[in-house]
Ligand binder design. Structure first.
Ligand code: SF4
Length: 272
């Protein structure tokens, strides 16, 4: 996507009352000059901005200070640093410390997104963050894409509703999806695909996202109730992570057809 197009999209999103934009997927800070201008545009339009980065650029404290100071002066709202035993095979964990300390120094809100499969192997990585007093939040690894080959441990959770707020995602090819996982998980039904900006306005795609009755039920009723309606047993439901359950429900033409037909009648009134 070229810069002019990105600038127009940010402005159009602001007109559609988008309140926050996250620059992510790939490494946004490879394009530091452009990102600074887009962040500044967000600030001018009252839009909260976040950059998700792996911190490849934070090799020394001096250079990191310069980058963070620039992001800060352009109005960045938050820096999110991706960290895991997989990321850190390629990037020194000292980079994460540099970026966090520079953020603290310049008063930039940050947190470390600690991607983990909750195995013991990750204990030393978590301890490193604790030893350096860094603000972090554990994020479960998503077993998809490159991570699809990882050993996926089964987890049983409590019987939670699995509600999802669904943040729309725009790809560099200008395809818009109802959530950031929509591009990869739903190959059989394309359930979360909203359309391409070449032949739709942003406003039309947002409207589609806001008025889709099944998306509305994902945000309010939650996936667990919908799975239960379809006849999934409780002992099966508790074994799925939220996005896995979403994929089970909506990447099946049969399930999707049942849920679509019942969305405004039996399903919406369904009580276990
Ligand atoms: S639960 Fe479904 S809608 Fe929500 S992020 Fe996961 S795949 Fe997307």
């Amino acid at each position: 996507m070229d810069f002019d197009r990105a600038r127009d999209i940010v402005q159009e999103m602001a007109r559609c009352h988008v309140t926050g934009i996250s620059f992510t997927a790939g490494e946004p800070l490879l394009f530091l000059d452009d990102i600074c201008k887009l962040v500044q545009l967000c600030r001018e339009n009252g839009v909260y901005s976040r950059i998700v980065t792996n911190g490849y650029w934070a090799k020394t404290r001096e250079h990191t200070d310069r980058v963070v100071s620039r992001l800060m002066s352009n109005g960045l709202s938050q820096l999110r640093l991706s960290y895991s035993r997989w990321h850190q095979q390629h990037i020194s964990r000292e980079n994460i410390v540099h970026a966090a300390l520079s953020s603290q120094k310049h008063g930039l809100d940050y947190f470390v997104s600690f991607v983990t499969d909750f195995s013991k192997e990750d204990d030393s990585f978590e301890q490193f963050l604790r030893d350096h007093h860094l603000k972090f939040f554990p994020e479960p690894v998503i077993y998809f894409g490159r991570a699809g080959e990882f050993d996926c441990q089964r987890v049983s959770t409590d019987y939670r509703p699995n509600v999802c707020s669904m943040n729309p995602y725009l790809s560099p090819e200008l395809d818009m999806f109802a959530c950031c996982d929509g591009a990869s998980r739903f190959s059989k039904t394309h359930f979360l695909y909203l359309g391409n900006l070449c032949n739709n306005s942003i406003e039309a795609l947002f409207r589609k996202c806001e008025t889709h009755v099944l998306y509305h039920l994902i945000r309010t009723m939650g996936l667990t109730n919908m799975a239960s309606y379809l006849g999934f047993r409780a002992r099966e439901i508790v074994q799925y992570r939220r996005c896995e359950l979403c994929e089970k429900l909506f990447n099946s033409k049969e399930n999707l057809s049942i849920l679509t037909k019942s969305a405004t009648s039996d399903l919406i009134n369904w009580r276990r």
